[in-house]
Design a protein around this ligand. Structure first.
Ligand code: SAH
Length: 251
C-alpha cells in the first residue's frame, strides 16, 4: 500500500497520529525535500529506505513506489501541509491507478491554517465574510483567466495566497485594482510553526515595502481581508438563544 501523508506545515508534532504511525511502520519513505521537516524522518524505523523527491523525476518516484509495493513493502509519500493543495499528487495517483497499485491519502495540517493559528485569527467572521479563497498568483504555473487576482478580489472574502510572496508587489496592485480598499489588512506568515517563523503585518498600501524590508522571498502564506481588522457580530454558535444541530436538534 502507498500512503500519501500530509506532513503538516513544519512543526513535527503537527503530523496526524495516523500519519506518524504509518511513517513509523513504512519500509520506504519518499519525502518532498524542500519543505518537509527532516525531524519527522527520525520517526522512521532503523533500516527504512528514505528518498528525497526533490532530486527525482515523476517517473523515478513512481518506480520506487511501485517496486516497493511489489516487494510487499509499505510506502509513505510524505508531502508538506495537506497533500491536496499544490502537492502535485494527482499525477502520482493517476500513475498508481494505471498500475493497479492501491493507495490512500492521509490529510495534513495545511500552511494556511497554520498561518491563521500563528497570528492567531479566525478566517471567517459573521457579518464580514463567510468565505475563504485559497489561491496563488500567476507565475510559471498559469492560473485560469476566470480566477484572476482582480476577479477574486471582487468577492472581498478572506484570501489565503500560496506560492506568491516573491510576487507581492504585483499581487498587491492586482488586489487593489480588484476592489479591496487600501487599508485592507494583509498578514504574511513566513515558515509558520518553524522555530524561525516570522509574521509581518500591514495593509495593501504598505505590505510590499514591509515584506521586502523583512527579506521574505519564499515559504510564506499571504492572508488578506477585512476579517483581520473588522468589527463583527459575534458568532451565533455560542449564543444561548440559537439552537444548533448538535445541541438541541434545530438548525
Ligand atoms: N500542500 C502545502 C502547500 C504546498 S505549496 C500546504 O497544504 O500547505 C508551498 C507553499 O505553501 C509555499 O510557497 C507557501 O506559500 C506555503 N507554505 C508551506 N509551508 C508553509 C509554512 N510553514 N508557512 C507559511 N507558508 C507555507
Amino acid at each position: 500500500m502507498i500512503y500519501f501523508v500530509g506532513a503538516g506545515p513544519g512543526d513535527p508534532d503537527l503530523i496526524t497520529v495516523k500519519g506518524a504511525r504509518l511513517l513509523a511502520q513504512a519500509q520506504v519513505v519518499v519525502y518532498a525535500g524542500s519543505l518537509v521537516n527532516k525531524e519527522l524522518l527520525s520517526r522512521c524505523a532503523p533500516g527504512t529506505k528514505i528518498y528525497n523527491s526533490a532530486n527525482m523525476t515523476l517517473q523515478q518516484i513512481i518506480d520506487v513506489m511501485i517496486k516497493a509495493h511489489q516487494a510487499g513493502q509499505e510506502v509513505v509519500r510524505l508531502h508538506t501541509g495537506d497533500p491536496s493543495l499544490y502537492g502535485a499528487i494527482q499525477e502520482q495517483m493517476d500513475e498508481l491507478r494505471k498500475a493497479d497499485v492501491p493507495f490512500a491519502v492521509i490529510p495534513g495540517v495545511s500552511s494556511f491554517v497554520a498561518a491563521a493559528a500563528a497570528i492567531p485569527h479566525e478566517l471567517t467572521l459573521p457579518g464580514v465574510t463567510q468565505t475563504v479563497i485559497l489561491t496563488r498568483y500567476k507565475g510559471r504555473t498559469a492560473v485560469p483567466v476566470a480566477e484572476s487576482m482582480t476577479g477574486l478580489a471582487a468577492h472581498q472574502a478572506t484570501m489565503c495566497i500560496f506560492l506568491s510572496v516573491h510576487l507581492i508587489d504585483q499581487l498587491a496592485k492586482d488586489l487593489l485594482a480588484g476592489g479591496y480598499p487600501l487599508d485592507t489588512p494583509v498578514l504574511v506568515v513566513e515558515k509558520a510553526t518553524w522555530p524561525d517563523e516570522q509574521i509581518i503585518s500591514g495593509t495593501l498600501d504598505d505590505i510590499t515595502a514591509r515584506v521586502k524590508q523583512a527579506g521574505i522571498t519564499r515559504t510564506a502564506m499571504i492572508l488578506v481581508g477585512a476579517s483581520f481588522k473588522a468589527d463583527y457580530t459575534p458568532s451565533r454558535l455560542y449564543d444561548g438563544n440559537f439552537n444548533h444541530g448538535f445541541r438541541e436538534g434545530g438548525q
